[in-house]
Design a protein. Sequence first.
Length: 57
Amino acid sequence: MNIMTALKEEFTNTAPTERSPYECGSCEMRFELQRHVCPQCGSYSIERTEWPCLPER
Ligand SMILES: [Zn+2]
């Protein structure tokens, strides 16, 4: 048993696009990091989407 295997499975099972907090308002492409310009369509309307489990304060 090693922890690297478990971590690898975790990453494999979760598609990175599903948890990416930023989304292009034009082509709906998602990013894990905020970008000023969408590399897919060149749009500037990158918006942050809702975090899945962020409690409001
Ligand atoms: Zn785009």
